[in-house]
Design a protein around this ligand. Structure first.
Ligand code: UD1
Ligand code: CA
Length: 489
């Protein structure tokens, strides 16, 4: 490879068929924007410089590109006068903003081809350089060439021109080798040729593809290299295509993980985004979505029907029918079924978050358990502690949030409310139905429910003639002698 490589990414077009207030290249599949996928592929070439051409909704696209690639040069194309014009605008911006002149190879790609792979660009750039071509075309042979520029070759098979659909005659329209849109240029040739591209064609646009004819006229080499995997150069113009590309991207990601040692029971219903990282011997059960920057360690089993976004799952953990976001699940921990892990949940090794439990800003220690029907917000639970069924960490007083701290090896009973801010000491306990409003010292048992009273014969006197009273009578209950409660023990 030559040492100088400039990549121009075209992303100024409107993308009206998306029918969206979000610019086309910002629509997301696989956890990244379409242009994010392209920039990732481009980045693998380690180019000298990347220039993105923005126009439509550039106040959205520009900052997004900058965020992903801070060193990118942004070129503004006020009016979309064609791909040739876009590249000219890019070269002008590069000349203005760069210290060194553009040299070596210039690669042009589009911002809406999310399946594009770095390896393909690398291969293409290498082919272009080996051929010492002024212009190289990444072409593709497709079943339905409608809408694409056709690659016209002479009897020797040399590329003569790219003819756009609207300018093509019937013979040319029958050609199935198309221009993917990804082109490579000798920088010196392009800098000169781009000023000579005209707009005398059916669309009245400046066609970048006219550079092919200009190279031929100058006796320079033009080459076309067909790519087998045409998905990689396919753009999404509407949401139907976006979904099709999204499904194919997912299929590829899931396949890759299976080849890398992940068991996926049902690839069709498993969605794994591009930045997820999985270890060997992870098992994913049907209906599972692993999103964002989720990382899963070896031997963990996820699913069925689980969504984890930006989560970290430790080795050997088990996560069943769970929705989690920004949560850390320790090794060998168990979560679910029907658990809702909200941001900043941290579950320690061997810990448990069970059925119908919601957690948020909750640090649950190693081996600690919240097994059933609870809300744990703004809490710290020490190692080995067991929280009873139906416990509410009442963290919100209507104005502010407060924290609850439960120590190590505590045993709290069912149907408790911990009114924050409050601290329950190591080894402390609570009785069933306790409302903890004051700190519980280590080792103490907190009981707040009033003493129980039984009113004997109540069913027969107050519910006479009902099945309840009949059942009581059959069990030998006498009628109420008086309304006086039975004495306490
Ligand atoms: C272009 C190619 C065609 C190729 C096809 C592949 C030309 C003349 N034609 O046609 O040979 O088969 O792509 O998809 O190059 N853009 C700008 N500024 C502009 C015009 C376009 O940034 O002024 C961007 C668009 O946002 C888009 C890309 O360039 O990402 C392609 O533009 P589009 O108008 O869709 O070109 P096609 O007619 O599809
Ligand atoms: Ca197009």
């Amino acid at each position: 490879m030559t040492d100088q490589l400039t990549v121009i990414v075209l992303a100024a077009g409107g993308g009206t068929r998306m029918k969206s207030k979000t610019m086309k290249v910002l629509h997301r599949i696989g956890g990244r924007s379409m242009i994010g996928h392209v920039l990732d592929a481009v980045g693998r070439l380690e180019p000298t410089c990347v220039c993105a051409v923005v126009g439509h909704q550039r106040e959205q696209v520009g900052p997004h590109v900058r965020e992903l690639l801070p060193e990118a040069v942004l070129a503004v194309q006020e009016e979309q006068l064609g791909t040739g014009h876009a590249v000219r605008v890019a070269l002008d911006a590069l000349a203005e903003q760069q210290v060194a002149a553009v040299a070596g190879t210039v690669l042009v790609a589009y911002g809406d081809t999310p399946l594009l792979q770095g390896a393909t660009l690398q291969w293409f750039a290498a082919q272009h350089e080996a051929a010492q071509a002024a212009v190289s075309i990444l072409s593709g042979v497709v079943e339905k060439p409608v809408g694409y520029g056709r690659i016209v070759r002479d009897e020797e098979g040399e590329v003569v021109a790219i003819v756009e659909e609207k300018d093509a005659n019937a013979d040319q329209r029958a050609i199935r080798e198309i221009n993917s849109g990804i082109l490579a240029f000798d920088a010196g040739f392009l800098t000169d040729a781009i000023t000579r591209v005209g707009n005398d064609n059916a669309k009245g646009e400046y066609y970048l593809t006219d550079a092919v004819g200009l190279a031929r006229d100058a006796g320079l080499t033009v080459a076309a290299f067909p790519v087998d995997d045409v998905w990689q150069t396919e753009g999404a113009n509407d949401r139907v295509q976006l979904a099709a590309l999204g499904r194919e991207l997912n299929r590829r990601i899931v396949d890759r993980w299976m080849r890398d040692g992940v068991t996926v029971l049902d690839p069709e219903t498993t969605w794994i985004e591009a930045d997820v990282v999985l270890a060997e011997d992870v098992t994913i059960l049907p209906g599972t979505q692993l999103l964002g920057t989720t990382v899963v360690a070896e031997d963990a089993v996820i699913g069925p029907d689980t969504t984890l976004e930006d989560c970290e799952v430790g080795a050997g953990a088990r996560v069943v029918r769970t929705h989690g976001q920004l949560a850390v699940i320790g090794e060998r921990a168990t979560v679910g079924p029907f658990s809702y892990l909200r941001p900043n949940t941290v579950l320690g090794a061997g810990g448990k978050i069970g059925a119908f439990v919601e957690t948020k800003n909750a640090e649950i220690g190693d081996g600690a358990k919240v097994p059933h029907l609870s809300y744990v917000g703004d809490a710290e639970i020490g190692e080995g502690t067991n929280i009873g069924a139906g416990t509410i960490f009442a963290n919100y007083d209507g104005v502010e949030k407060h924290r609850t701290k439960v120590g190590k090896q505590a045993r709290t009973a069912s149907n408790n409310t911990f009114v924050a801010p409050v601290t329950i000491g190591d080894g402390a306990g609570t009785g069933a139905g306790t409302v903890v409003r004051r700190d519980v010292p280590p080792g103490a048992l907190a009981v707040s429910a009033g003493q129980q009273r039984n009113l004997p014969g109540w069913a027969q006197s107050k519910r006479a003639g009902t099945p309840q009273a009949d059942a009581a009578a059959a069990a030998g209950a006498g009628a109420a002698a008086s309304e006086k409660p039975e004495p306490e023990d």
